[in-house]
Write a new protein. Sequence first.
Length: 576
Amino acid sequence: MAKTTVSKPQELGRILVARNELDPDDLERALREHYQTGERLGQVLIKMGLATEETILKALAQQLGMTYVRLSDMTIPREVIQRVPAKIVTHYHLMPISQSDGVFRVAVSDPLDMHTLDDLRLVLASDIEPVIATRDEIEKAIKRYYGIGAETVEGMINGKSESIEVERESEVTDLEASEEDASIVRFVNQVITEALASRATDIHVEPMEHDLRIRYRIDGMLYEAAVPPNLKRFQSAIISRIKIMADLNIAERRLPQDGKIKLKMGEHDYDLRVSTMPTPYGESIGIRILYREAELINLERLGLDEFNLAILRRMITRPYGIILNTGPTGSGKSTTLYAALSEINKVDVKIISIEDPIEYRMAGVTQVQVNPVIDLTFSRILRSILRHDPDVILVGEIRDTETAEITIRTALTGHLVFSTLHTNDACGAVTRLLDMGIEPFLVASSCIGFIAQRLVRLLCTHCKVPATIPDEMLQHLRISREEAAQAHIHREVGCEKCRYTGFHGRTAIYEIVSVNESLKRLIVERAPANVLRKDALKHGMRPIREDGWLKIKKGLTTLNEVLRVTMEEEFDVKEE
């Protein structure tokens, strides 16, 4: 709240006490502080932790006879937004709500700041009716209706930033310390900052025929970022700025390029992997955000229950063999393997990983980054890795026959190997290796387990509500009504905490196959994947959808989420 010329602290305090939102003794303490420092009573109460901004503003609205509004519950007409420039709303930190009969209704967080209201009347040449909203609500509304960096783009459109100078970046870019006058620099920083604040894992900058679209991937789903209109005019400058940050060739627009940005924001460090792709309307850019200081998740926090956790722990304590983790891109395979390595990472175990890229830094593990530019590939590193006497090896991904053959022979020489494959289910890993030309007896003798996993979004704990599943869906999933009635099934709603998606965070669902003698025999016989799957089910494998159902029963996720990430044939819960 800004300084003001009007204050009635005793009356505000009495309102808070009358509403049972403040203890009289606490009010006395706050009033003493108010008289000593000259700060507003509301500011004192917030600083002392005795009240929230929302509580203070609601009481202030009652005191002044004004209206308190929640902007997140409102839809503001586009013509009202167009009437008030972005530089006005950002400079005065307010939000226009409506206009009628020559009067603008404007949400402010400080209704006592008469100077701002007077300035606004002059700028808009209109009468002003202020209503009260929190600063956070106003800030979110500005981003929602005006877009990220609206004031910056508006300044460029008006010709206030005609000379845009972009310096070549060193390895580290500090967003908060970046105070160049160049508006493009500022806008790109705002886009990245918003992505980090939103927990995004990817940023997509996508040129369209008449527009430039920016999207964030949050919890595995894509959401379009609100950006100002006319952004297409600055497409080349925005893309060039990102390429310079990633140390890419800005003159090359015909070929794909890959680069990396090391980013520092406050106390946190991030690695941004940048990839460009030529399209008919300009270069499309994908940015993967890696949280360099992210805490390594242990096995218990992955989403594994006691059943699957026991199977996986037996597998990772074997002295040699291959454990293959399967699933599509972005399904959390690397996180699971890192958690497994963390479990066995001890002083007496030598662990070497070959990765592209290194996503987490692990103390005690020798990590090698693949670099195709100098022909430092998975297979080339594997050929020399045994000279370093490892006990455990992590191969980031088996991409070709050569890597697969060397990995298998490494496992057969007495090493425990972790790796990943892109297949639809656990048993599909066998088919994939055979398709690569690996002999069945080598697969059977080297592989000790297969993991398939998907990521499902977790329900927001602040807004989820109980729900039921229709009978026809239960019949389709072979789940009894009695079993469903005993479960704690919930559905998403959406609130401010989860950005109105109904979900916050993700967890994994698994199916884990431990290779036994029966499965080895079928592999040697080149049995198809469906036969392997039936044998695995007979010997206790839990299908991935059944694992998902267990999380639905606990109220962690929804049925639609599990159905979204799994295939029809993956669900054999009651298989005979």
